[in-house]
Ligand binder design. Structure first.
Ligand code: GDP
Ligand code: IMO
Ligand code: MG
Length: 427
């Protein structure tokens, strides 16, 4: 038995998809447990790119069960489009299982996401506009529609009959927007329901039975620690729990059954959307990082904000998720830099801080304390063993492990499966 959580340690887009796909070679099941189609996970196999949003990154292995857990907010159109696109490329999607308890993203969720952002103006969060926040709001407000309701036509229509008038009142009176049409939604969603029904099941018993049978499960985090609704830079966060604790509530697998946690760490930092980013480089260094790393969002195409690695953030992620090993990705993007910096602490009013400030006003005032490393100035993408890495690269990695207190498990030097150096037995 082995249950391993893969979690993002920064602001997302660390390369979780690549690491999950790599480790999935030894897994029986891969599970998404939170978030929704706001995620954009890229998997590259033999130079072919697959961009996944709701689909777990184990789908490229024919025998791996791919579970969308109860904690996910499911946009039925997005998962069906993904399944169609995968099938068209010859990928077998019959192994997909969707939780009957997952909440369904409705047209009004996407609309409210868009309208709320517009209303916030310069205070906008910079969401992906996929309806994620509004869908989780309805879940907490107990007016959400779950997958088990979606596939029961009568129940779906009955629920929508009470919910839609409420939503339409808000649309018309608050947002001055035209109401949504009941019949059209029912027709559209009944179509989705018919196609999705064969994949729906009780994923809680499925996962616990698999663990009882000694199977290996990977839990694939979406988003990341600093976007966690409790632990991130609130309110500039997403609406779910990307930390490892999210698995308990989002997949129905008890914390004591988790064997290992891997934190994915991009060798530098990026962020999409608004909110604090202490090591951001609004200068030529930031531009160089964006250009070398082709740092543009998978879901929205927005240019990503860029900066140096913030080891304080990774250390915090380590505490919150109980990270056993780091999977450091995109080290090759730093190949051309003469000098590389790492933030090893925060200073506030001349004093070193021991924690990440909760107040954004305070966080905006912290001064990152940097250590400077010599660059290796040589391509590393063809290297396959830790020993062969340039000594400057090893120095950077070893200092990262020292400052964060987390051991190195994987070093990734390119997007492909074989561009992966493994230092620990993970699954
Ligand atoms: P995720 O959201 O955490 O899964 O990350 P994304 O897929 O949004 O962004 C990571 C990008 O980096 C993708 O395009 C990956 O193919 C790519 N990638 C992952 N690991 C490496 C690596 O070690 N080197 C390079 N050059 N690219 C990588
Ligand atoms: P992956 O899984 C990077 C960001 C958005 C925005 C904030 C809230 O690919 O790492 P939301 O639509 O979730 O309400 O937006 O969170 N965000 C991400 N940033 N990677 C992601 O996912 C993200 N998912 C959401 O840009 O700032
Ligand atoms: Mg991404």
């Amino acid at each position: 038995m082995s249950a391993v959580v893969i979690t993002g340690t920064q602001w997302g887009d660390e390369g979780k998809g690549k690491i999950v796909d790599y480790l999935a070679a030894r897994a029986d099941v891969v599970v998404r447990f939170q978030g929704g189609s706001n995620a954009g996970h890229t998997v590259t196999v033999n130079g072919e790119e697959y961009k996944l949003r709701l689909m777990p990154s184990g789908i490229l292995y024919p025998k791996t069960t791919c579970v969308i857990g109860n904690g996910v907010v499911l946009d039925p159109q997005v998962i069906l489009d993904e399944m169609d696109a995968m099938s068209a490329r010859g990928v077998d999607v019959s192994t997909v299982k969707i939780s009957n308890r997952a909440h369904v993203v409705m047209p009004y969720h996407k609309l409210f996401d868009e309208l709320n952002e517009a209303l916030r103006g310069s205070n906008k969060i910079g969401t992906t506009k996929r309806g994620i926040g509004p869908c989780y709001i309805d879940k907490d407000d107990r007016i959400g529609i779950r997958v088990c309701d979606l596939i029961d036509g009568e129940e779906f229509a009955a629920k929508l009959k009470t919910i839609l008038p409420l939503k339409n009142r808000i649309l018309e009176r608050v947002y001055d927007h035209a109401p949504l049409d009941f019949d059209r939604i029912v027709e559209e969603y009944n179509g989705y329901a018919q196609r999705l029904a064969p994949y729906v099941c009780d994923t809680i018993s499925l996962l616990n039975d698999e663990l009882d049978a000694g199977k290996k499960i990977l839990f694939e985090g979406a988003q990341a620690t600093m976007l966690d609704i409790d632990y991130g830079t609130y309110p500039y966060v997403t609406a779910s729990h990307p930390i490892s604790g999210g698995v308990g509530v989002g997949a129905g697998v008890a914390p004591k059954r988790i064997d290992r946690v891997v934190g994915v760490v991009k060798a530098y930092c990026t962020r999409v959307g608004e909110g604090p980013f202490p090591t951001e480089q609004l200068n030529a260094i930031g531009d160089q990082l964006r250009e070398c790393g082709h740092e543009f969002g998978t879901v929205t195409g927005r240019p990503r904000r860029t900066g140096w690695l913030d080891a304080c953030v990774v250390r915090y992620a380590g505490q919150l998720s109980g990270i056993d090993y780091m999977a450091v990705t995109r080290l090759d993007i730093l190949d051309t830099f003469d000098e590389i910096k790492m933030c090893v602490g925060y200073k506030l009013d001349g004093k070193m801080l021991n924690e990440i400030p909760a107040s954004l006003k305070v966080l905006a005032r912290v001064e990152p304390v940097y250590e400077t490393f010599e660059g290796w100035r040589t391509p590393i993408s063809a290297i396959r063993s830790y020993d062969e890495l340039p000594s400057a690269a090893k120095k950077y990695l070893e200092r990262m492990a020292e400052v964060t207190g987390i051991g190195l498990g994987i070093v990734s030097v390119g997007p492909n499966r074989d561009q992966t150096i493994v230092l620990a037995d993970i699954i």
